[in-house]
Design a protein around this ligand. Structure first.
Ligand code: PNW
Length: 552
C-alpha cells in the first residue's frame, strides 16, 4: 500500500515536472564577449507624441492621443503629451546629446496631423509641420546621424477617427497612402529607412480591444481589434507598393514594418497540450501580422479559424477574409523584419471548451517565473535569453530575413531622488545585447541593428510620466525639461564605441564584473529545477498526510 502510494505520488511529480525557467543556466546565460559585425547599427528610438509636445503648435491638427489624454481618467495622474519633452522646440539639444553618445542612427516618428491637420491631403498641408521635420532631419544629418523614420506611431488624426471611425474603416488605406506618399516625396531624398507602422498589434489590442490606448474602444469579442488589424495590413501593403513603384528607384531606401513579438516557452515542454498552446500563442501573437507579410499573404491557421467563427457569429462582417489578390498584394511587403521586443512568457494550455463570450485567448494561460526581475511596467520582465530564442524563431519561420531590432528597453519608476545610476537598466542592456550577439554568431541570425528604447524618458502612453524608459533623465517638472544622461547612456556609449564587448575593453571588464549581480541575488549557480523541488515537497507533504491523517 505504502509502495503504491509513493509510486502514484512520484508519477504525478514526474508528470508535473516543469522546466525551471527562472534558474541560472550557464550554457544559456553566460556572458559571451566579442565585437558585432562591421556596420552593425546602434540606434535609439522615440515617437512623436511621446516627445514632441507642441500639440496644437503652428497649425497642427488634433490626434487621437491628444483627445484621449485630454479625457479625464484615461492617463495616470492626468498626464498629457501637450508639452512632453518639448522636442518640438528642443530637437537641436537632443541631437547634440545623441552626438555625445556616438550615435550614428536615430529612430523617430512623424506626426500625421502635424503634416495633414485633418488627416487628408485634400484638407491641406501644414507647412510649419513639414518645416519642423525638415529641420530635424537636416540637423541629424549635419551631425552625422542617419534618421530611421516611422510613419505611424499611434497618433492618428482625430478627424479621421471622427469622420470614418478610424482604422476599422478601410477608407483609411487611401488616406494613409496619401500621407505616406507625401512623406516619401518631401523627406525621401534624405530618409532612406522607413517603417510604415509601429506595432500594429498594440494598436489593435490596446486601442480597439482593451481600450487602454486611444481611441479607447473596448470590444471583448476581439472583432473590432481584428477589423482594425485588417485595415492596417492593407494600408501597410499599399504604402510599401507606393514606395516600391514610385520612389525606390530614385531614392534607393528601404521600407518595412515593425512588429512587437513576444516569446513563449511551454510551461511543461513534455506536455503536448502546453507545447500546442505555446504554438497557438506564437502563431497568433506574432503571426497575426508576420504571417501575412512574410509567409503566405494570409493569417496563420489558428487565427483564420478564429476569424471564421467570429464572422459566423456576426453576419455581415465578411471583410476579414483576404482575397487571392489581397494575399498577393500583402505577401513580401517588407524589405526586412522590424522587431520590437519586450515580453517573454511561460505558456500553458487551459483545458476549456470555448463557450459564449470566450475566445481562443481563453485557452492560453501565461505566467512568469518568480525569479524573473520585473521592471516598473507591470508587464515587463527581464528575460534576455527570450530574445535570442525569438530571433531564431524569426529566422526559421519567416524566411531568414534581415532583422532590424527597432526597440528594446526597460522602465524605471518616477521617484525622488531620480534614478540616474540606473544599474538595472545597464544590466538589462548588457544581457539583451549579449543575446543578440549570440544570435548572430551562434545561431547565424541576420540581425542588422539594435535600438534602445528610449533615447530619453517620455510620455509612456496610459502610464503618462510614471514610467521612465530613457537613457536620459528628463525633469518634467522643470519648464526647461532638462535632460541628464543616466549611467545607462554612458554604458551604451561604450558599447557603441567598442561595437560590442571586445576582449580586454573596459566595458567588457565591467560587464564581466557585474554579470552575476545582474542575474539577481540567489539565482546564480542554483540549477535545481523548481518543478522537481515542488515535486519533492509534495511527496514529503503527502507522506506526512498519509501517515498521520489519512490512515489511523
Ligand atoms: C512599445 N506590451 O509599446 C512602443 O512602441 C513604445 O511607444 C512604448 O513606449 C514602449 O514599447 C514601452 O512601452 C509597447 O504590453 C506597449 O507588451 C506595450 C507592450 C509592448 C510594447
Amino acid at each position: 500500500m505504502m509502495f503504491l502510494w509513493t509510486f502514484l505520488v512520484l508519477l504525478t511529480t514526474a508528470y508535473c515536472a516543469e522546466y525551471d525557467y527562472g534558474a541560472y543556466d550557464p550554457t544559456r546565460d553566460s556572458f559571451r564577449t566579442g565585437t558585432f559585425p562591421d556596420g552593425f547599427i546602434w540606434s535609439t528610438a522615440t515617437a512623436s507624441y511621446q516627445i514632441e509636445g507642441g500639440w496644437n503648435a503652428s497649425g497642427k491638427g488634433e490626434s487621437i492621443w491628444d483627445r484621449f489624454s485630454h479625457t479625464p481618467g484615461k492617463v495616470d495622474r492626468g498626464d498629457t503629451g501637450d508639452v512632453a519633452c518639448d522636442s518640438y522646440n528642443k530637437y537641436r539639444e537632443d541631437v547634440q546629446l545623441m552626438k555625445n553618445l556616438g550615435l550614428r542612427y536615430y529612430r523617430l516618428s512623424l506626426s500625421w496631423p502635424r503634416i495633414f491637420p485633418d488627416g487628408t491631403r485634400a484638407g491641406g498641408v501644414n507647412q510649419a509641420g513639414v518645416d519642423y521635420y525638415n529641420n530635424v532631419i537636416d540637423e541629424l544629418l549635419a551631425n552625422g546621424i542617419t534618421p530611421m523614420v516611422t510613419l505611424y506611431h499611434w497618433d492618428l488624426p482625430q478627424a479621421l477617427q471622427d469622420r470614418y471611425g478610424g482604422w476599422v474603416n478601410e477608407t483609411l488605406v487611401e488616406h494613409f497612402n496619401d500621407y505616406a506618399s507625401y512623406a516619401f516625396q518631401a523627406f525621401g531624398d534624405r530618409v532612406k529607412f522607413w517603417l510604415t507602422f509601429n506595432e500594429p498589434k498594440v494598436v489593435c489590442d490596446n486601442g480597439h480591444i482593451t481600450g487602454e490606448h486611444a481611441p479607447g474602444i473596448q470590444d471583448p469579442t476581439l472583432l473590432t481589434g481584428y477589423r482594425a488589424g485588417h485595415t492596417l495590413l492593407k494600408a501597410h501593403a499599399r504604402a510599401w507598393h507606393t514606395y516600391d513603384l514610385n520612389y525606390r528607384q530614385t531614392q534607393g531606401g528601404k521600407i518595412g514594418i515593425t512588429l512587437n513579438l513576444d516569446w513563449g516557452e511551454p510551461r511543461d515542454p513534455d506536455l503536448p497540450a502546453d507545447v500546442q498552446a505555446t504554438d497557438r500563442f506564437m502563431q497568433i501573437n506574432s503571426g497575426w501580422f508576420a504571417h501575412p507579410i512574410y509567409v503566405d499573404g494570409d493569417y496563420p491557421p489558428f487565427l483564420k479559424d478564429e476569424l471564421q467563427q467570429l464572422a459566423q457569429a456576426n453576419p455581415g462582417i465578411n471583410s476579414l477574409v483576404f482575397t487571392p489578390e489581397d494575399k498577393d498584394y500583402i505577401l513580401g511587403t517588407s524589405d526586412f523584419f522590424g522587431l520590437n521586443h519586450y515580453v517573454t512568457r511561460i505558456v500553458a494550455n487551459r483545458d476549456i471548451v470555448i463557450g459564449p463570450g470566450q475566445t481562443f485567448r481563453d485557452t492560453i494561460e501565461t505566467t512568469v517565473a518568480p525569479e524573473w526581475p520585473r521592471a516598473e511596467s507591470t508587464w515587463l520582465y527581464v528575460v534576455p535569453w527570450g530574445l535570442r530564442r525569438l530571433l531564431k524563431h524569426i529566422k526559421t519561420n519567416y524566411g531568414d530575413p534581415d532583422i532590424y531590432i527597432t526597440e528594446n528597453g526597460r522602465s524605471d519608476s518616477d521617484v525622488q531622488p531620480p534614478i540616474i545610476e540606473d544599474t538595472e537598466r545597464v544590466c538589462y542592456y548588457a544581457g539583451y545585447i549579449d543575446e543578440v550577439f549570440k544570435a548572430i554568431y551562434e545561431d547565424d541570425v541576420k540581425v542588422k541593428s539594435y535600438t534602445a528604447w528610449s533615447f530619453m524618458d517620455n510620455f509612456e502612453w496610459a502610464r503618462g510620466y510614471t514610467e521612465r524608459f530613457g537613457l536620459h533623465y528628463v525633469d518634467f517638472t522643470d519648464p526647461n525639461q532638462p535632460r541628464t544622461p543616466k549611467q545607462s547612456a554612458e554604458f551604451y556609449k561604450d558599447i557603441i564605441a567598442n561595437n560590442g564587448f571586445p576582449e580586454g575593453a573596459d566595458v567588457t571588464e565591467m560587464v564581466n564584473d557585474m554579470w552575476g549581480e545582474c542575474r539577481g541575488s540567489g539565482t546564480v549557480g542554483i540549477g535545481v529545477s523548481g518543478g522537481l523541488l515542488a515535486g519533492s515537497l509534495l511527496v514529503i507533504a503527502l507522506h506526512v498526510v498519509h501517515q498521520f491523517v489519512v490512515l489511523p
